[in-house]
Design a protein around this ligand. Structure first.
Ligand code: NAI
Length: 328
């Protein structure tokens, strides 16, 4: 099976090349460019492509891929909101993904964002390097005995709930399907979770129904001085409403590993460019906001699991024994 790997970075190659030794039937070619309407034609002659969170897999691109003979797309990630599933079905393209490569990697990053923004580590790191040892503006809150509100208690939300429990927090959550393994978590309605939490962490997938679930109305329900963390998908939060809330001093801190405008930025070095839109710049202008670049998944363990499951997915397709759990 010949697979064209789009948007390949050095760390992708290293990780996939290491795993590939176990898969004699699979040949991988790496492309630096991501898949889009222009680059999809390069898939001619391949059996499958491998894509990622910011790949453009809209109906038009899927049509071009289908014309090149592509019948399998291997998503090397959990999320698939960037894939037009209806178009894929029509074109008989199978989409396989890696549903849970390392929930702890993402949850640990969510807590890292919460801790950093709470204690202003991002400010302090720079200040101390300039010999400024003042404590002005650095006061945080204890997380111990506070309430953590987890929205979405699947694999990552459950890992975050366990971490919060370890910090001595009371953990409440909202999910349509409560997780039976989390006996220490109290499930509530979404509005109650928003009202009662000191730390709110988003861990649900992006769907049509929860687009902009964090907006001016839901922000107004939150406690003053709340910490909001989003490691899930940018579009869960209405960024303009978030910025308005930050300006009204609603939040003690906001930590974003994902944000609405990230697609152009994700994993790219844009240091020398003039940014054409101001949303990211405005977010970065606030002292109580930390933005990271969709890196929550990025640990050695997670990369190794991603490569291994992606190649297993390819093999399972080849051998006609697809793992239904990994199929979108
Ligand atoms: P999962 O499928 O194990 O759990 C998702 C949970 O969210 C399920 O329990 C589901 O019932 C719940 N849910 C669905 N809609 C909801 C809603 N409107 N409100 C509340 N709960 C809702 O997924 P997993 O593995 O925990 O991943 C969650 C999300 O994290 C992914 O969909 C992806 O968007 C994001 N993610 C981010 C990464 C990063 O590097 N920043 C890496 C991996 C995933």
């Amino acid at each position: 099976m010949k697979i064209l790997f789009y948007d390949a970075k050095q760390y992708d190659r290293e990780s996939f090349d290491r795993e590939k030794e176990r898969f004699a039937q699979i040949e991988l070619d790496y492309l630096e460019a991501d898949v889009n309407a222009k680059t999809a034609v390069l898939a001619k002659g391949y059996d499958a492509i491998c894509a990622f969170v910011s790949s453009d897999l809209c109906g038009g691109v899927l049509e071009i891929l289908a014309e090149q003979g592509i019948r399998l797309i291997l998503m090397r990630c959990a999320g698939f909101n960037n894939v037009d599933l209806e178009a894929a079905r029509q074109k008989k393209i199978t989409i396989l993904r890696v549903p849970g490569y390392s929930p702890e990697a993402v949850a640990e990053h969510a807590m890292a964002l919460a801790l950093s923004v709470n204690r202003r580590i991002h400010k302090e790191y720079i200040k101390v390097r300039e010999n400024n040892f003042s404590l002005e503006g650095l006061m945080g809150i204890n997380l111990h005995r506070r309430t953590a509100g987890i929205i979405g208690t699947g694999k990552i939300g459950a890992a975050m709930a366990r971490i919060c429990q370890g910090f001595g927090m009371k953990v409440i959550a909202y999910d349509k399907y409560p997780n039976d393994e989390l006996s220490f978590v109290e499930y509530r309605e979404l509005e109650d979770v928003l009202r009662e939490s000191d730390l709110i962490s988003l861990h649900c997938p992006l769907t049509v129904e929860n687009y902009h679930m964090i907006n001016s109305k839901t922000i107004s329900l939150m406690k003053d001085g709340v910490i909001l963390i989003n490691t899930s998908r940018g579009e869960l939060v209405d960024t303009e409403d978030l910025i308005a809330g930050i300006r009204c001093k609603k939040f003690h801190g906001v930590g974003l590993d994902v944000y609405e405008e990230e697609t152009e930025n994700v994993f790219e070095n844009r240091e020398a460019e003039i940014m054409e839109s101001s949303v990211t710049a405005r977010l970065l202008s606030f002292p109580n906001v930390i933005v990271t670049s969709h890196q929550a998944f990025f640990t050695r363990e997670a990369m190794s699991a991603i490569s291994s499951v992606t190649l297993e997915n390819a093999l399972s397709y080849l051998e006609g024994r697809i793992c239904k759990q990994n199929q979108v």
